[in-house]
Ligand binder design. Structure first.
Ligand code: PLP
Length: 450
C-alpha cells in the first residue's frame, strides 16, 4: 500500500475548494472532447437559469393539473434535450455492438464509447482514462470495490471505516465484505446537525483500517463533508479511500488532482445522463490487483478450457455487452455540464436551497433535519408530527415532486429517532418560483393537518 501511495503521489495544484472548482472547470473547458455531434452546440457560459430550464423538456408540463415543480433531483436528475436527442440519434442511426465488429457502425460506436471514457476522465481530473470503469451506477461501483477488497485485501480482524451518514449503497456491500472475510465494519458518528465527528474519526482510524469509505455530500441532509482533510488523514496512515461522489458531482467540480481518492463513484442518472450507467474511478494499481467482478465475453485476451487470460483495465471490469447508449448519453451530459458556468450554476442552486431552508424554518411547526454549515442540494424537513409520506402526497396533489421516506439512510434516521423525512432537492434548472410553490404548499399542508 505504501508503494501505491508513492506511485500515485498527488499533484497539489490547488489550495482551496472554492478556487479548485474555478480552475478545474477552466481546465476542463480546455480539454473537453466534443463528440461528432450534429446537434446545435450549446453555450451557457453566461449562466441564465431560464435558458437552462428551457433545455429540460420534462419540466414544462402540468401534473395533477398544476405546473410541475420538480424538487427530487437528488433521487434522479432530469435530462437536457441534448442528452435525449443524442440517445435518439444513437438508436436511429448508430447502434451496433462495440469492440468486436469490423464494420463501420461497430467501429463508430466503439470510437464514441471510448471517447466518453476520456471525457469522463477529464471531468474527474483523472490522467489515465483506463482507470475509468463504466458500471451501472454508484451502487455497482461500490460493489465492485467491495468485491475486490473481499478477494484481495481483507483478512479477519481488519476494519472498514464508514460514517453514520452513508447511503445504504455504501453500507451493505461492506457488511457483506465483512461477513465474508471476518473483517469488521466501524462507523464514525455524526452529530445532531449532521456533521461527521472529526475527533472520533481520528481515533477510529488505525493500523487495522483497510479502507475509509464515505460520502462527499449527504443525500439526506445535504452536508458537504471535509473530504480533503479526511482523505489526507487516511493517507497519512496509508489507508486507501473510497469517496462516494453520487451527490457531489451534480453540484460541484470534484477533481482527482486535488483530492487524490483511491476510488470514487457516481451515477449517470444523477448527473443529467441516462439511467443504468455510472462510473467507478480507481487507481490503476488497485484495479490491477482486484480479480474480475463479472466475467464472460469482452473481458478476456484468450480463453482455453485450461484457463483464461483477462484483459487489462478497463476491459477486465466490463464483461459482456455494456450499456453503449448509456455511455454515449453520459458523454453528452458531460458536454452539457462543460458548456455551462458551473460556479454560477452552484451559486444559483445555493440561493434556492438557502431560500427554501429559510422559508421552511420560518413556518411554525416545521423542523429542518440537518444543519451543517457547508451544504449542497437538499433540505430534509418535518412538519409537526405529520408523516413524511403525507407531506409528499399532499405536495404531489399540488404538482410538487419531493422525496419522502428514509432516503436509503435508515441508520442515520434511526439515530435521530426518525423513520422518514420529507426532502426537497434542487438543481440548476430550478427557480425561485419552485421555492415559493414549495413554501406555499407546506403552509397549506400545515393548515390542513394541524
Ligand atoms: N450514494 C449516495 C450518496 C446516493 O445518494 C445514492 C443514490 O441516491 C447512491 C449512492 C446510489 O446511487 P445509485 O442508486 O444510482 O446506484
Amino acid at each position: 500500500m505504501r508503494g501505491l501511495e508513492a506511485a500515485h503521489g498527488r499533484i497539489l495544484v490547488f489550495g482551496y475548494i472554492a478556487i479548485d472548482i474555478e480552475i478545474c472547470l477552466t481546465l476542463r473547458h480546455i480539454v473537453a472532447v466534443k463528440d461528432t455531434a450534429t446537434l446545435e452546440p450549446i453555450n451557457h457560459q453566461k449562466f441564465d437559469p431560464e435558458m437552462i430550464r428551457a433545455d429540460f423538456p420534462v419540466l414544462h408540463q402540468s401534473v395533477r393539473g398544476k405546473p410541475l415543480v420538480y424538487l427530487d433531483s437528488a433521487a434522479s436528475a432530469q435530462k437536457p434535450k441534448s442528452v435525449i436527442e443524442r440517445l435518439d440519434r444513437y438508436y436511429r442511426e448508430e447502434h451496433s455492438n462495440i469492440h468486436r465488429g469490423v464494420h463501420f457502425l461497430s467501429e463508430q460506436a466503439t470510437e464514441h464509447y471510448e471517447a466518453v471514457r476520456q471525457k469522463v476522465a477529464n471531468l474527474m481530473g483523472v490522467a489515465d482514462p483506463d482507470e475509468i470503469i463504466f458500471v451501472k451506477g454508484a451502487t455497482e461501483g461500490i460493489n465492485l470495490v467491495a468485491h475486490g477488497f473481499t478477494h484481495s485485501v481483507l483478512q479477519p480482524g481488519d476494519e472498514i471505516l464508514i460514517t453514520e451518514m452513508e447511503h445504504h449503497a455504501n453500507i451493505v456491500p461492506w457488511q457483506i465484505a465483512a461477513e465474508q472475510t471476518g473483517a469488521r465494519l466501524v462507523v464514525i458518528p455524526v452529530d445532531a446537525d449532521g456533521i461527521i465527528d472529526q475527533s472520533a474519526f481520528r481515533k477510529l482510524l488505525s493500523e487495522k483500517t483497510k479502507l475509509l469509505a464515505f460520502t462527499h455530500v449527504s443525500n439526506a441532509l445535504g452536508t458537504i463533508n471535509p473530504v480533503r482533510e479526511m482523505i489526507d488523514a487516511a493517507h497519512a496512515l496509508n489507508v486507501p479511500v473510497l469517496l462516494d461522489g453520487a451527490q457531489s458531482y451534480p453540484h460541484m467540480g470534484v477533481d482527482h488532482r486535488d483530492l487524490d481518492w483511491d476510488f470514487t463513484v457516481f451515477s449517470g442518472h444523477k448527473l443529467f445522463g441516462p439511467t443504468g450507467i455510472g462510473v467507478l474511478h480507481g487507481k490503476r494499481a488497485w484495479l490491477e490487483r482486484f480479480p474480475p467482478y463479472q466475467s464472460g465475453g469482452d473481458m478476456i485476451e484468450k480463453v482455453r478450457f485450461e484457463g483464461t487470460v483477462y484483459k487489462g483495465i478497463p476491459g477486465k471490469f466490463e464483461a459482456g455487452t455494456p450499456h453503449i447508449a448509456g455511455v454515449i448519453g453520459l458523454g453528452e451530459a458531460v458536454d452539457y455540464l462543460n458548456s455551462m458556468d458551473r460556479l454560477a450554476a452552484r451559486k444559483h442552486e445555493d440561493g434556492l436551497l438557502e431560500a427554501a431552508r429559510k422559508g421552511l424554518a420560518a413556518i411554525d411547526g416545521v423542523r429542518l433535519v440537518g444543519n451543517a454549515p457547508d451544504r449542497a442540494g437538499a433540505v430534509s424537513f418535518l412538519v409537526g408530527d405529520i408523516h413524511a409520506h403525507d407531506i409528499g402526497t399532499f405536495l404531489d396533489a399540488d404538482g410538487i415532486a419531493i422525496r419522502a421516506g428514509h432516503h436509503c439512510v435508515q441508520p442515520l434516521l434511526a439515530k435521530y429517532g426518525l423513520a422518514a423525512t420529507a426532502r426537497a432537492s434542487f438543481s440548476f434548472y430550478n427557480n425561485m418560483d419552485d421555492v415559493e410553490r414549495l413554501l406555499a404548499g407546506v403552509s397549506r399542508l400545515k393548515q390542513f393537518f394541524l
